[in-house]
Design a protein around this ligand. Structure first.
Ligand SMILES: [Zn+2]
Length: 135
């Protein structure tokens, strides 16, 4: 075990532009410590107060909400318009696509004045059947 070592505070020095660390030197008035000089250990740039020091943030970066790729969103109402494929009445069969409301065949890209938005799909859908390979 090492003895007590001063924590090396890293900073990005605005004067020399380097990744430096803080040099703290006590200021003495006679034998009385009156304060500290806070300076860049590399170039000696003196900071007036700790608030001025551009500390480097060494904490591991946690992705914030803003950094995340936006979840793929279903088109907004105005974007998807009134296309049948987004309609609650839209039924897909193996051979044709139907409108359950008008009992007729439709194309996915058809539009309809009776469009009723389909409820949005679940964000994270569970597998529909239990995985047979999972024990
Ligand atoms: Zn510096």
């Amino acid at each position: 075990m090492k003895g007590k070592e001063p924590v090396q505070v890293e900073l990005r020095c605005p004067a020399c532009g380097q990744d430096a660390w803080l040099s703290r030197k006590p200021i003495y008035d006679g034998f009385t410590k009156t304060g500290e000089t806070l300076a860049c250990a590399l170039c000696g740039h003196v900071f007036a107060s700790e608030a001025e020091i551009p500390f480097k943030d060494n904490r591991p970066k946690v992705f914030s909400e803003a950094d995340r790729p936006r979840p793929v969103k279903v088109f907004r109402e105005d974007e998807k318009g009134k296309m049948c494929r987004y309609c609650a009445e839209y039924v897909v069969n193996p051979f044709l696509q139907r409108c359950a409301l008008h009992k007729c065949e439709v194309e996915a890209t058809d539009t309809c004045p009776h469009f009723r938005p389909k409820p949005p799909p679940k964000e994270e859908s569970e597998p529909e059947s239990p995985n047979p390979f999972r024990l």
